[in-house]
Design a protein around this ligand. Sequence first.
Ligand code: SAM
Length: 345
Amino acid sequence: MAAPGKLAFFRLPPLPTVGELIKLYNLRAEKHLSQNFLLDLRLTDKIVRQAGSLRDAHVCEVGPGPGGLTRSILNAGVSDVLVVEKDTRFIPGLKLLSEAAPGKLRIVHGDILNYRMDRGFPENVSKPWEEDPPNLHIIGNLPFSVSTHLIIKWLENIANRTGPFVYGRTRLTLTFQKEVAERLTASTSSKQRSRLSIMAQYLCTVRNCFSIPGRAFVPKPEVDVGVVHFTPLVQPQIQQPFKLVEKVVRNVFQFRRKHCHRGVEKLFPEACRVEMTQEMMQKADVDPILRPTELTIPQFRALAEAYAHFCTHEPSLLGYEFREELRLKNLARQRNKTTDTFTAK
Ligand code: SAM
């Protein structure tokens, strides 16, 4: 019975250990699904604590696998957990967990990249964007094979308030390869500053919580792992369409060791490249000889705004990709060469 004055908290009853379950169901890790399991429940508890209080929360867990992290989430006083797992072999073990936590665990056998999370939770979970975040969390020891793709997709969802963010500023607590975690949270002028740093930080408060050595996983991956927490900002630091921001940031970072104007140039067709770049740098008031890693988010904002201005006047500019122009030019050059050879004969 709960001590007087204290709320009774749900705890899972005694169960086979995660290691025993792996043996019981013969769950050999599949490399192509980036399966590296966490069997130490103190570690999974520590990951779950990074999400903050989960009392009565709704949680979506990505890739529960044998369910170690799922157990820690269930023990944190949540209202319910929805798990999305691609590998059928884990479903029986998850069903066992579901029986031990009646009404608390929903199992979806599917791919997180296609799963419609905007339909996964009741509407009353929602909180207006400008208010505190909803009591809804995404937590996952992500498969490395999808983690970067997934976070870019979710960042775009944040910008458009779609997917898991139809409920408001849903928080995320996720693992990444340590280097990716460092890029996501890198500040101006740091060596790890990259496209991911800008894309994540213009939309979210991002915190690199702690690192987990590779040896804590079974099987041991080649790399260490970082746990990162994201809270979407009420007001994004750049107020331009996600695709436009992504294009500007991607182009600027493609020559990360060169002066930033070199990347900016590639936003424009060759015929007007030099003049347009000069005009854009002046309009944004950004020093063209700064390196991409030295640019602050307000400077990226100024660049995105200047580029958006050009795109309003010349809408075809937004679809321009310098690699495509280069490809067509090379193709034409090759065709001319072939024609010359035939004429010479
Ligand atoms: N959460 C477990 C743990 O911490 O021990 C397993 C983590 S393991 C790194 C990644 C899990 O994600 C595996 O169970 C794998 O089958 C699953 N997975 C891989 N790709 C997935 C996808 N596209 N959608 C859903 N689950 C996926």
